[in-house]
Design a protein around this ligand. Structure first.
Ligand code: B12
Ligand code: SF4
Ligand code: SF4
Length: 381
């Protein structure tokens, strides 16, 4: 039976060919910097996305769930940066990592690698993770795939933070191939300052329920007003804490197939007029393939409001009468921001037909704020 060392070498060669970075480490109990229990309790995101206290033992030591685990292969998939291609029309921004289904691609590659390992080592147990119940950044740190940035992400020389992480647990003892690295942020705090919502509450710690990535991609309810404002022109995802990072500039290794995706800038008119068929055609094969067209439209309404572009009023107005109350709420807010005088007239029509108390409350709040603002202006003179 071939030695595990030769298998690791084979996996390393294969990973290189597949455009992945690989480091290997023995399994051990992790010692997270902040008490993980406390970090998880403060998150305020649904357990479906994050984890709860009951997941703690398995997160800290994968052997609690996979008693056979002895080694971990940690992989990084670099993803390419989308070119800025802004036209004259009002557009929303789509984060780089959405340029294609990078997570799906990584998972596929890891499944291929697993099959390759098993073919040479049939008795080996192996389990692939991409976004699974495993502390991917911490394992990446332990194995030496990269080091922690204050934006909480893992960075490596040559790619910066534009890498996605995946792992294969194996039932064989392994020797480490890399070494944990100290953070190289030094005195820099650019990402903390650039975060629009203050979600990076402390260096290395992100509060998920303030993060725009969470709100634009994972949260499918009514967006809090403060978050709508902070979204600016973000349609899907947020990369502010990565774009600003000096380690993310001019990275020769941020390679991969050129994204064939919807592009960095997406016209709002196109988003708002899109039907299900077009949505499936454009977004299938991209990170938000599982997301709904309504999520795109909700976000597009918010971005339209933030643009304050008068030409978008007519485009937004029909959504104030949409059968889906989620879109009605955001359309009202958007109309108000684009042109509050015109919006008031629409609100009057809506009051006659609307029965949903949440929608009526939205109108009331917006108008109250308007009166307050007017009083402030008057008081200022
Ligand atoms: C839930 C989740 C989110 C949530 C919460 C993110 C967060 N930072 O908490 C939301 C939806 C907001 C999110 C957003 C994004 N995510 Co996300 N996310 C995850 C997921 C599924 C779980 C992460 C988690 O909750 N870990 C638990 C927390 C408690 O762990 P932690 O953040 O490591 O916390 C530790 C540090 O704070 C550390 N610490 C504390 N003090 C100190 C001090 C020092 C000196 C150091 C070094 C460390 C340190 O100790 C804490 C406890 O161990 C992982 C996949 C996975 N399975 O790991 C992907 C993952 C972290 N996400 C990823 C990505 C790419 C993103 C986005 C960039 C998406 C985008 N828009 O492009 C944004 C980035 C936002 C950001 N700055 O973090 C990648 C990160 C890749 C990388 N290069 O690191 C991962 C690993 C997915 C993957 N398979 O690649 N994500
Ligand atoms: S992704 Fe955006 S909102 Fe989230 S931590 Fe980074 S800059 Fe802040
Ligand atoms: S912007 Fe500065 S502080 Fe933030 S991750 Fe990059 S180097 Fe570190």
């Amino acid at each position: 039976m071939p030695e595990i060392r030769s298998i690791i070498q084979k996996v390393k060669d294969l990973s290189g060919k597949l455009g992945l970075f690989l480091e290997v480490a023995p399994i051990k109990k992790l010692e997270p910097r902040t008490p993980l229990k406390e970090a998880l309790a403060k998150r305020g995101i649904p357990p479906s996305l994050g984890w709860t206290e009951k997941d703690l033992p398995g997160l800290l030591d994968p052997r609690e769930i996979y008693p056979w685990a002895r080694g971990i292969l940690c992989f990084a998939q670099p993803y390419s940066r989308e070119e800025e291609s802004k036209g004259d029309e009002p557009c929303g921004e789509i984060a780089d990592f959405c340029s294609r289904d990078w997570y799906g691609l990584l998972k596929e590659k890891l499944r291929m690698i697993k099959a390759e390992i098993i073919s040479s080592f049939p008795n080996l147990k192996a389990k692939v993770f991409v976004e699974g119940k495993i502390l991917e950044k911490t394992w990446g740190e332990v194995a030496g795939i990269g080091w922690r940035g204050k934006n909480s992400l893992l960075l490596r020389k040559g790619t910066g933070s534009r890498i996605l992480l995946g792992e294969i647990l194996i039932s064989e003892e392994v020797e480490e191939t890399g070494r944990p690295m100290e953070s190289k942020c030094g005195e820099c705090t650019l990402c903390l300052e650039a975060c629009p919502t203050g979600a990076i509450i402390k260096p290395f710690q992100v509060l998920p329920n303030l993060c725009l990535d969470y709100f634009t991609l994972h949260y499918d309810g009514i967006l809090p007003q403060k978050i709508r404002e902070k979204m600016g022109n973000r349609l899907f995802g947020c990369s502010a804490c990565q774009e600003i990072c000096p380690y993310n500039r001019d990275n020769p290794e941020t390679f991969g197939p050129r994204p064939s995706g919807p592009g960095f800038s997406f016209p709002l008119e196109k988003a708002l007029k899109m039907d299900e068929e077009e949505f499936q055609r454009i977004f299938t094969g991209h990170t938000f393939k599982g997301k709904s067209l309504s999520l795109l439209k909700r976000n597009a309404l918010v971005v339209a409001g933030n643009s304050r572009e008068k030409s978008l009023f007519e485009l937004v107005e029909p959504f104030a009468f949409d059968s889906f109350s989620l879109l009605r709420v955001h359309a009202l807010w958007s109309l108000w921001r684009i042109d509050s005088e015109r919006a008031s007239k629409v609100f009057r029509r809506i009051r006659h037909i609307e029965t949903n108390p949440r929608i009526l409350k939205e109108i009331e709040t917006l108008e109250e704020e308007g009166i307050q603002k007017q009083n402030e202006i008057k008081g200022g003179f």
